[in-house]
Design a binder for this molecule. Structure first.
Ligand SMILES: C[S@@+](CC[C@H](N)C(=O)[O-])C[C@H]1O[C@@H](n2cnc3c(N)ncnc32)[C@H](O)[C@@H]1O
Length: 214
């Protein structure tokens, strides 16, 4: 389809690609991979992608992957795309404009461990996602505090790393394991916010590195 949002995004992302932020995966591969998140969410909620509503957050979005592609796949959802790098946020902002989703997608320069303690962010999202952010402990500690009780987290993982998720003591980050989906060469881990959220989480970088939550 000429001049589709994906084509405009592809053009807007050229500087990000030149910067090495998006790697070499062609747009179609990114879209295909993103379908794994969509499929995992829809399977749990029992609805199709066009019916999923609410607020999502993509932590460590880089140039906007997967959050911006999820916004195109789930047209009723609002998204916050977060990255610690201002330069990467600029790439994501260019992508948001090119895709024409600025009415429901915003980009925020910040760190998840800071935002997770702020009233407008803590437990304020129905869904949190991440791609290539870190270990299960790191990802769980950063994402879970952003999600409302019973909300979902979906992260992509290497197939051989999915056991680490299913065996992790996720109650330490106020989560329970829902399942793993394998789709289009990717593996997607789904968690649900449950139980108590420890007030001190997420901790700062140094504390997380010195003493991983599990
Ligand atoms: C390997 S990149 C992945 C980018 C993107 N998700 C993708 O798949 O192309 C990881 C990103 O996470 C961001 N990041 C790392 N730790 C973060 C934190 N604590 N809060 C927010 N962003 C973080 C980095 O700046 C970087 O852009």
């Amino acid at each position: 389809m000429p001049d589709s949002p994906y084509e405009r995004l592809e053009a807007a992302w050229l500087p990000a690609r030149a910067d090495g932020v998006l790697g070499s995966a062609p747009m179609q591969e990114l879209v295909t991979h993103t379908a794994g998140y969509v499929s995992a969410v829809c399977a749990v909620l029992g609805v199709d992608a066009h019916q999923v509503a609410g607020v999502g957050v993509d932590v460590g979005t880089g140039a906007g992957v997967p959050g911006l592609l999820l916004a195109l796949a789930m047209p009723q959802m609002r998204w916050r795309l977060v990255d610690a790098s201002e330069r990467r946020c600029d790439f994501a902002r260019a992508g948001v404009q090119a895709a024409g989703v600025q009415d429901r997608v915003s980009v925020h320069h910040g760190r998840a461990e800071d935002l997770g303690h702020q009233g407008e962010w803590r437990e304020a999202h129905d869904l949190a996602v991440a791609r290539l952010l870190g270990t299960p402990a790191e990802t769980g500690e950063l994402l879970m505090p952003l999600v409302r009780p019973a909300g979902l987290v979906v992260v992509s993982a290497r197939k051989e790393a999915t056991a680490a998720w299913s065996e992790a003591p996720l109650d330490a980050v106020g989560a329970e394991f829902v399942g793993v989906d394998h789709l289009n060469e990717g593996s997607f881990v789904t968690l649900r916010r449950s139980g108590d959220l420890v007030a001190a989480l997420p901790r700062r970088n140094r504390a997380r590195r010195r003493s991983p939550i599990f």
